[in-house]
Design a protein around this ligand. Structure first.
Ligand code: ZN
Length: 124
């Protein structure tokens, strides 16, 4: 499935969850519908660590609509960490979103699974 964008509503939701969870992180799986990323499935234990995310991914059924992942960086650093670079390929998908403190309109970036910045259109 060719993914052409992320919905404005979902992007706003990611930023507001980041704000709500701050100073903790959240992490979730992004799903697409007809080429637009529209849905977030929060991983359990979003305030904890990569370990719980890994357990969850091991139990996850095969889902062909997975577009990537989303998580927050309470420190505001808008680049993937080493842990992220091992997490992204495990989720699958090509679009991995990081939202960062202070979670304002422009505080989000998308990366491919290898950590390369990618452009993604915001769809109204
Ligand atoms: Zn990260």
């Amino acid at each position: 499935m060719h993914i052409r964008g992320i919905s404005r509503d979902l992007l706003d939701l990611l930023l507001s969850i980041g704000k709500e969870q701050h100073p903790h992180e959240f992490a979730g799986v992004l799903r697409e519908e007809e080429g637009v990323i529209r849905e977030l499935n929060l991983l359990p234990g979003t305030t904890s660590n990569e370990h719980s995310a890994r357990l969850f991914l091991d139990m996850m059924p095969l889902d062909t609509h997975i577009a990537g992942s989303a998580h927050s960086h309470p420190n505001g650093v808008m680049i993937p960490s080493d842990a992220d670079l091992s997490f992204f390929p495990r989720v699958g998908g090509r679009f991995h979103c990081i939202v960062g403190f202070p979670y304002e309109a422009g505080d989000w970036r998308f990366f491919s699974a290898d950590g390369t910045p990618v452009d993604l259109e915001v769809v109204e």
